[in-house]
Write a protein that binds this ligand. Structure first.
Ligand code: HEM
Length: 200
């Protein structure tokens, strides 16, 4: 009876190392005695491991793509076709209402496989005017003269959006029209799109 009294005595901090190991033993015993506790301990261990690992791994952001040098020139319809994003530099140009825009930053829209890839390297005016994702005729300049007033208004609204979002490269040349020489242009004027004459 005397021995039992000693082992069942409550553990106090004063009991020192012996008391701590007794407490630990009790906890371990409690855990292994129940399968549910074992499962819980397993789950907690996995979660802790994941938290610690995620803190150790620095989040790596994707490298920003290098910006292409500014392009400033006019294009014929057939010259424009090369800029559909399939060239090694991935440059993408789209013409809207007589103005050519560099839409490379919108390659998820206009690049190969994108929802509007039919506009990449093309004059998108007619498609935008008529809400069809098809470009104007393959190789010929499209003067849009058969579009009605509301369709032309739609083109102008899109044109405004492109102007706000993308950099102007130059004009889409009409047949026989000579390209503008932009070499004397100051950088700011170029950024503002000086030189292009949209169809009205
Ligand atoms: C079911 C029909 C359509 C849906 C649900 C749709 C949806 C969208 C969405 C979600 C965006 C992305 C906007 C952003 O992230 O900034 C977008 C962009 C665009 N959509 Fe559509 N669209 C549809 C039809 C069309 C049609 C018919 C055209 C023209 C013919 C068109 C032309 C465009 C263009 C040009 C952009 C890209 C604008 C830019 O460069 O920022 N969409 N569309």
């Amino acid at each position: 009876m005397g021995d039992e009294a000693v082992t069942s005595a409550p553990v106090t901090p004063e009991d020192g190392a012996a008391g701590e190991s007794g407490l630990l033993y009790g906890i371990v015993n409690e855990i292994i005695s129940s399968p549910l506790n074992l499962v819980l301990v397993g789950v907690i261990t996995i979660l802790l491991y994941k938290i610690i690992r995620s803190r150790q791994q620095p989040t790596t952001l994707p490298e920003p793509e290098p910006e292409l040098p500014r392009l400033r020139r006019d294009f014929t319809v057939s010259e424009l076709k090369a800029y559909d994003g399939t060239q090694p530099d991935g440059r993408l140009l789209v013409a809207v209402n007589g103005t050519v825009y560099d839409v490379t930053k919108g390659k998820r829209f206009y690049g190969p496989g994108g929802p509007y890839s039919a506009f990449g390297g093309r004059d998108a005016s007619r498609g935008l005017a008529t809400f069809k994702v098809t470009s104007s005729s393959e190789d010929q300049y499209d003067d849009l003269s058969d579009l009605n007033a509301s369709e032309m208004e739609t083109v102008r609204e899109w044109e405004q959006q492109f102007k706000e979002k993308y950099i102007v490269v130059g004009k889409l040349l009409k047949p026989g029209e000579q390209p503008t020489n932009y070499s004397d242009e100051v950088e700011q004027g170029a950024a503002d799109g000086a030189g292009e004459q949209p169809r009205t």
